[in-house]
Design a protein around this ligand. Structure first.
Ligand code: EPZ
Length: 453
């Protein structure tokens, strides 16, 4: 296990390049399994989630050649329809192999992706849609697998009860090779979905978004080879944007697509932030004090749930009381206790909601608390911190970089799931950050805190 040693409080400056989007590349890898011809994917972020997904492609019988940031995938024949439990349970997108396995082999054995630290994350909406396309699914709690089969997927009309980003993508991919037309209603609008549609259409699929939340897919016989470049990661972009604003405003972010983070930019301006774009580089900075804000996370085009952790750090520096109401995941404040160790003044509470079962995007259970109050402005000080999930990790690193003194951040493997060479890029901006292996003694000392038994 690795840890960061961070000496915070200094100004950062320079240029940073945003990596290819994690939440596009993971689905592009699945899309490559829909054809028996080779697919080349460029600008691949070298993150552990990508390596796990490429291992799973090999498990089903595909060939993978990764050189630098380009990967060539060819799944001439699918030789195995079972995704291994241990590896599959590590990553949410393993359930998306349902699409190529059912489309090409009419059968799939998929481990229940299970919960993770941010929530239960079931796939009921994925399975329901596939069943409407003619799949028969049985979950066997003894072996922990979904046993799914079909006599051949057929086009259908399916309306999602609630927004699901990867659920929309799984059904789009399954429908590309189904017999007939599929109409998906109340489909997700996250930009990553449209990036995936672009890739699939370049492989010969026939997909169009006819309304903001309606996607029509005409099934085709087969898909063919393609080359695809992964667009920049918008979650990474806002991590660096907030870091810039809080460390002197002199970080230039290259290859950022502001269109995909429109809601973030408008909230940032609400908070008194400024931004400029100079020849495809964006800089986010402050000229005065930070104003408190009230954020409600929502599916795109709303304020993205993945942004709320870094935003909370930003709001600790606001003059006054801010709130964040998390409506997508039931347990996404994993960073709060850690941030409180640094002197942040936070309180988790339950906002008034008329019909929570309808209102929340997760399957609501009583007595949950889904709001966070942030009293600012607080000067954060150094602490020993434990990362609980990817985006919480990025938030705590920002906090450690603005806090004076030496902080230790454990659980870097969570960060490496989605941020390539994060410490290296931060060092290039002048950050005093080192990554070292934690000792066995430290690991056991902090295991309790991290809930590692
Ligand atoms: C994707 O997760 C992203 N992951 C998430 O990013 C992102 O936060 C989320 O979409 C929202 O945009 C990838 O693309 C790999 P959902 P996903 O299906 O698809 C519940 C990151 O840090 N739900 O829109 O899993 C679910 O539990 C990650 O990069 C069901 O109950 O999100 C969640 O509470 C975190 N049943 C909510 O809906 C279902 O069948 C939203 O889920 C599907 C979802």
């Amino acid at each position: 296990m690795k840890k960061y040693i961070i000496n915070g409080g200094s100004k950062l400056a320079g240029e940073v390049a945003v990596s290819g989007s994690k939440n596009v590349v993971l689905k592009a890898i699945i899309a490559a399994c829909l054809t028996n011809e080779p697919v080349e994917i460029k600008n691949v972020p070298l993150i552990s989630d990508v390596l796990v997904m490429l291992e799973l492609v090999k498990e089903i019988g595909g060939h993978v050649k990764l050189s630098g940031h380009t990967v060539k995938i060819s799944v001439e024949k699918i030789r195995n329809i079972k995704i291994p439990l241990e590896m599959g349970a590590k990553i949410r997108t393993s359930s998306m192999f349902l699409a190529p396995l059912l489309a090409r082999k009419k059968e799939a054995l998929i481990p229940n992706p299970g919960g993770c630290r941010i929530g239960a994350r079931p796939i009921d909406r994925h399975i329901e849609g596939l069943e409407k396309m003619g799949a028969v699914s049985k979950y066997n709690s003894r072996d922990g697998y979904f046993h799914v089969r079909t006599n051949g997927l057929k086009g259908t009309m399916y309306r999602f009860k609630k927004n699901t980003h990867t659920g929309t993508e799984t059904l789009i991919m399954a429908a590309t090779l189904a017999h007939g037309k599929t109409v998906l209603e109340n489909a997700a609008q996250e930009p990553e979905v449209d990036d995936l549609i672009g890739l699939l259409n370049s492989m010969g699929a026939k997909i169009k978004r006819t309304e903001p939340r309606t996607i029509v897919i005409d099934g085709v016989q087969k898909l063919h080879r393609a080359t695809f470049e992964i667009p920049p990661d918008r979650n990474e972009a806002i991590t660096f944007a907030i870091l810039s604003a809080l460390t002197g405003g002199a970080i230039y972010i290259k290859n950022i697509d502001l269109l995909d983070i429109k809601n973030f930019v408008s909230e940032f301006k609400e908070a008194g932030g400024k931004w400029e774009k100079k020849d495809s580089k964006a800089r986010f900075y402050l000229t005065g004090y930070v104003k408190p804000t009230h954020i409600l996370t929502a599916p795109h085009p709303g304020f993205m749930t993945d942004w709320q952790g870094p935003w909370a750090i930003f709001m600790t520096q606001a003059e006054g009381d801010s709130t964040i109401h998390e409506t997508i995941y039931e347990n996404r404040f994993g960073y709060v206790n850690e941030l409180a160790k640094m002197g942040a003044d936070l309180e988790i509470y339950q906002p008034e909601v008329v019909n929570p079962k309808e209102f929340y995007n997760f399957n609501y259970r009583k007595n949950g608390k889904h709001g966070l109050k942030i009293h600012g402005k607080t000067h954060l000080h150094n602490a020993v911190l434990n990362i609980s999930d990817l985006r919480a990790g990025a938030s705590l690193v920002i906090a450690a970089l603005i806090a004076k003194g030496e902080s230790i951040v454990f659980g870097i493997e969570y960060l490496e799931r989605g941020y390539e060479a994060f410490d290296k890029r931060l060092r290039s901006l002048g950050a005093d950050i080192d990554v070292i292996e934690e000792s066995l003694e430290e690991r056991s000392r902090y295991a309790g805190e991290r809930g590692i038994v």
